[in-house]
Design a protein around this ligand. Sequence first.
Ligand code: C2O
Ligand code: CU
Ligand code: CU
Length: 584
Amino acid sequence: MEESIRRFARTVNATPEEWRRGRLYPSMCIRPHVIVQTTTDSITLPLDHYRRRFLRNAALLGAAAMARPLSTDRFPAPDLAADICASPGPPLRKLMIPGESGYLGQLAPRGMPVTLTARPRKDLRSGTGTLEYTASHRGRLYSNPTLVVERGERVRVRLANQLPESTIVHWHGLSVSAGNDGNGSVLAAPGEVYDYDFEIRNRSAMYWYHPHPHGRSAGQTYQGLFGTVLVEDDAERSLRAALDLIPGRTEIPLIMQDRRPGDSYLPSPLDLARGLIGDELCINGVRDAYLDVATRVYRLRLLNAANARTFRIAFRTTGGSLAPFTLIGNDGGLLSAPKRCEQVFLSTAERVDVLIDLRDANVGDVLRMDTLAFDPMYAKVAEVAAGDHAGMGATGASESGSMHEYPHRWPEGSPRTLLELRVRKRVGYDRVIPASLSVMPPIDVGAASERSFRLGFAKGRWRINDRVFEMDAAPIEVQRNTVESWLIRNYHTSMPHAMHLHGFPFEVLGRETSPDEIVTLQQDPQGRLATDFGRKDTVLVWPGESVRIAVDFTMPFPGPQSYLFHCHNLEHEDGGMMLPVLVA
Ligand code: C2O
Ligand code: CU
Ligand code: CU
């Protein structure tokens, strides 16, 4: 631990103490220094695995990309001497707040059918990728619309595929039948459509949608295909009324995706092993954003839409000290009671709903939403992979040789300011955060049957229970209308995996043998974190850790229904770290 802190501190020119605290970059210098990964070398995936993907991606990008050689020096060697902070930092841009049309605009279907057209983006803007879902509704045009729906509402969506490859939309977090889940077993080919028709059975929360064609989910999502679903109900309405929250003004969605320069998705072998980590953060499609605020309570609804990056979210005052915030909801909606927090980890696909109270701020103050420093705990991946290939002899490793690592400018776990909240106006505000937010009976595990999962790496692939995904593989078989208790164990020589279950929101029962960074954030004797409360659909399992969850497999759909359990690090998912779950 000490050694890794020292090592990481060196790479960002910080003292170990600064690294541990999470070094705050001055506002003119919010980008970290150019640094080199600590485990740069020699990880290799079988070349054919890489080549297959490269060709597939290249096909999507057209012939120009094909012309690029698949050589060992595609990525320039990291420049140790470069220091971005020597030049002024990037100018901050105003955060885009989704409105009633346009990018991420709020679209309330209210029973009317909606067509989402997956297509190459018409107006190329940096920060949003090259693909989009367009929709037109009641005379308004949308790109990646935010679907606003009521619990109990019937939703009819037609996906029209105008991409040059197959796709399908998955409704992440929603409890729908397998035919509506978009689990990838049926795809819409180029030019085809796929029709969804389902009822919203979930609690109010921010859910999301993204592509799920196996092997291509990462690339399509990275290239811009994702949007959110806001489910509303009475609990939601009373919260807004109590705190005078107005969506788009004092309630702001923050959809976060890290991106690399250029728009293509061309992961290196190491990216495939660890997950693709970008150099810059886009929030609602805007890089390096700021938001003007007043002296009152704001609700921020965060979605980590990154392919692989985990954030360690915290807020800092102008002076640099941590400003506590109130966590009111997680993946599956409002908690039963608010929780005061100083920081939370947010892995890919997870959501947090937070309140920040700026009543004591002065006009001119800046509150920064940061990701704090942490050890991403994947130092072992290269060794594991290398050892694995050594064991495989001449196949793969020798052929692909040593590819240079992508020269990361913002490695996972290095600190950065994500958003500046600039206090511009003094207003009177005297609302009180309600002590109770929603009613959520615990899942009854009295009669639950047990099942366990091991997460690990072997033969060049991340695996669940030593298996990788195949479309017709024997599924995990679950009996409908029963409760199961799942123990998810991650090897010490692994990396964090964001485990996600389709169709059934779960409850986190506890964590064991967690790494130090996690232990310090645990909130109860079961080892749970603030982000473990309420209903979840994705849970980050750290190396060496065991996480226990309770899942209620009650469902109204006739006949067997097929879902998925997978790592939401999209490179891991596409690589096969996924198992089918058949609920019969
Ligand atoms: Cu958001 Cu199967 O994924
Ligand atoms: Cu999902
Ligand atoms: Cu994973």
